[in-house]
Design a protein around this ligand. Structure first.
Ligand code: BTN
Length: 254
């Protein structure tokens, strides 16, 4: 496989770096870093990026112009890779861009569109942050419930090996998407374990209510049932309740 890989010791954000160089870099370029000094999350949040203990990586997809589709491809790449290293853990996708275990976040994806130039193709950059070897003390400093692969399994992971496997899985998901986007969309929907559950939902303007998640539409929007009324949202936040997911951590306790 012939992707381009740029590894930086330190960067503000791998997404910001790749955005700045997107037009001159080839499709499927991967930029990773040991530490980010200004890691970014969705909705203007920051992303905790301490040195040497996690995966911070951005992947350029020039054949995809829609950030939702790039998030779909990369979250499947992340979840498939995580399963290679920890097959017994019940990872799931929390709409729209998180990988969760139980009620805690393990990884997040931030996809950003970059328009093309006069003769150069733009595309979408999918930035992935995966909590790998963070200690319990480091996780407690994050402002929402978070886990690392190490806190789940007790093992310490070699980040270089994980990154190599992630590159392979991303490549496979990207190729599968180009061949049959519908099949990959169905696979991603099946990973959204919260479909059918009644959960808390917060709209982008801060309105919160309980609703049953009915499904995800073709544009990646969430379809909800709120007291018998069908609603659709393209952004917002779903709140995972501890009581409804506390037995989801290991696969064999469903
Ligand atoms: C989220 O859950 O809100 C998305 C988090 C995305 C974090 C990753 S880390 C690598 C890349 N660079 C960034 O600045 N953000 C993404």
């Amino acid at each position: 496989m012939d992707w381009t890989h740029i590894h930086l010791k330190e960067v503000d954000s791998t997404n910001t770096y790749l955005k700045a160089h997107c037009l001159e870099l080839p499709d499927r370029t991967m930029v990773s870093a040991d530490v980010q000094t200004a890691g970014r999350g969705r909705l203007g949040r920051s992303w905790a990026s301490p040195p040497g203990c996690n995966i911070y990586v951005s992947y350029l997809m020039k054949n995809i112009q829609d950030p939702f589709r790039a998030t779909l491809v990369s979250s499947l790449g992340v979840i498939r890779t995580l399963r290679l290293f920890a097959p017994s853990i019940a990872f799931f996708v929390k709409w729209p861009n998180d990988i969760y275990v139980g009620d805690a976040k393990l990884a997040g994806v931030l996809s950003e569109y970059v328009p093309g130039g006069a003769s150069q193709r733009g595309g979408v950059i999918a930035g992935m942050g995966i909590n790998m070897n963070m200690t319990e003390a480091q996780l407690r400093m994050i402002d929402r419930r978070a886990v690392s692969l190490r806190s789940l399994t007790g093992c310490e992971y070699n980040l270089k090996i994980f990154l190599e496997k992630l590159a392979e899985q991303l490549e496979q998901c990207y190729i599968s998407y180009s061949r049959n986007s519908e099949r990959l969309f169905e696979e991603w929907k099946a990973e959204n374990r919260m479909i059918g559950e009644v959960l808390g939902f917060t709209t982008s303007d801060g309105n919160s209510f309980d609703a049953r998640i009915l499904g995800i539409n073709q544009d990646g929007g969430l379809e909800l049932d709120r007291d018998g009324q069908r609603l659709s949202f393209s952004c917002g936040d779903v709140t995972v309740r501890r009581e409804s997911v506390s037995n989801w951590v290991h696969k064999n306790v469903d």
